[in-house]
Design a protein around this ligand. Structure first.
Ligand code: GLA
Length: 388
């Protein structure tokens, strides 16, 4: 297998990541939010512009009833297409489907959940609704008055009014406006990974930032974007996370192995877990994938270390995420078109020659292994183990 050289001597490499990450936090956003990768739901992929007050309430209800809330899913976020007109004072209002945004936020809060909205630094959103350009301060105040806890801020039309080199300032403008409200509002940047956003997003107040364009509904794209995240691990940590886009689990586009691959990879990446399927109709099988407690625990691990690739042989990849208790979460992925054995050399993932292995999806202890561990992995599938 081809070995990754930069992290070959694992301990010094990890020490560097931890020091780098914590100093980045001190220098940057200080809103105290997102100590772990944010978890929640977003309306976009499942409902596009078919959003309404009733739909959002139903998602909040479902998140409580189906056990997602108990497992840490927390934010209920309206994506594009909620915006109506501005009034004479410049205040934004919801459209006819959102007659009372404050009442909706109150409802979401009454369920023990948090409420998120979406806007753009440009004059219009990607869905051609009203953006925040020229109204940043006012909009931030309005969101705070409504009880908003999360803002996704999507570049969209902003290129029409800002030069590329003004992008950071455009994001800082809203980041500062949100801070001035005094309400803790998680700030989520969406500009598709332009201008190495991971190097500056925390300094404009960002708690998470998209690292690539939309996944759309395409498994090949999920695979491409997800497995491209290697190398970004040093920019993530408590309070500031790389976001390779939402979970497409449950949208009925992928088979169960593909769904498990996205969920596993996102958890190894310490990525935000934002479900996008309609939770009122999601299948029990997809729900089980999004609510596997042992896999979620990998994502939410207290150390907040984003995993990375340790080996790659054609379509077979091994990824590791160091965990707070000293053990390693390891993903054995098969991106190929046929079943294949995938081998992990224990020394490559920084564990002793003899190690105990637990299969997290199967919730089963597999025993003690010496030197290496091999799993038979189906096409587009994955086996995730905890090794110590
Ligand atoms: C962009 C974003 C998506 C979604 C849509 C809404 O494409 O990347 O996540 O918010 O806009 O129009």
């Amino acid at each position: 297998m081809k070995q990754r050289s930069s992290c070959g001597i694992l301990r010094p490499c990890l020490a560097f990541i931890v020091i780098f990450s914590s100093s980045a936090v001190l220098r940057s956003q200080d809103n105290g939010l997102a100590p772990k990768p944010p978890m929640g739901w977003n309306s976009w992929y499942g409902n596009i512009c078919q959003v309404s007050d009733a739909l959002i309430r139903a998602q909040a209800d479902a998140m409580v009833q189906n056990g997602m809330r108990a497992l840490g899913y927390e934010y209920v976020n309206i994506d594009d297409c909620w915006q109506g007109e501005r009034d004479a004072q410049g205040m934004i209002h919801g459209d006819k489907n959102f007659p009372d945004m404050k009442a909706l936020a109150d409802y979401v809060h009454s369920k023990g959940l948090k409420f998120g909205l979406y806007s753009s630094p440009g004059p219009t959103t990607c869905g051609r609704r009203e953006g925040s350009y020229g109204h940043e301060e006012r909009d931030a105040q309005t969101y705070a008055a409504w009880g908003v806890d999360f803002l996704k801020y999507d570049w969209c039309s902003a290129g029409q009014v800002y030069k590329p080199e003004e992008m950071q300032a455009a994001y800082k403008k809203m980041g500062d406006a949100l801070k001035r409200t005094g309400r803790p509002i998680l700030y989520s940047l969406c500009q598709y990974g332009l201008q190495k956003v991971w190097t500056w997003a925390p300094s404009v107040g960002g708690n998470m930032w998209r690292t690539a364009g939309d996944l759309d509904y395409d498994y090949d794209r999920v695979s491409l974007v997800g497995f491209q995240q290697d190398g970004l691990e040093r920019f993530a940590g408590p309070g500031h996370w790389n976001d390779p886009d939402m979970l497409l689990v449950g949208l009925k586009k992928f088979n169960e192995d593909e769904n498990r691959t996205q969920m596993s990879l996102w958890c190894l990446l310490a990525a935000p877990l934002v479900a996008s399927a309609d939770l009122t109709t999601v299948s029990p099988a997809s729900l089980a994938i999004m609510t596997n407690p042992e896999v979620i625990a990998v994502d939410q691990d207290a150390a907040g270390i984003q995993g990375h690739r340790v080996s790659e042989e054609g379509p077979l990849e091994v990824w590791v995420k160091p965990l707070a208790d000293g053990s390693k979460a390891v993903g054995l992925f098969n991106r190929g078109e046929g079943a294949n054995p995938v081998i992990v050399n224990l020394k490559d993932v920084g564990v002793k020659k003899t190690a105990t292995v637990r299969d997290l999806w199967a919730a089963k202890n597999l025993g003690t292994f010496q030197g290496s561990f091999t799993a038979h992995v189906p096409k587009h599938g994955v086996v995730v183990v905890k090794i110590k």
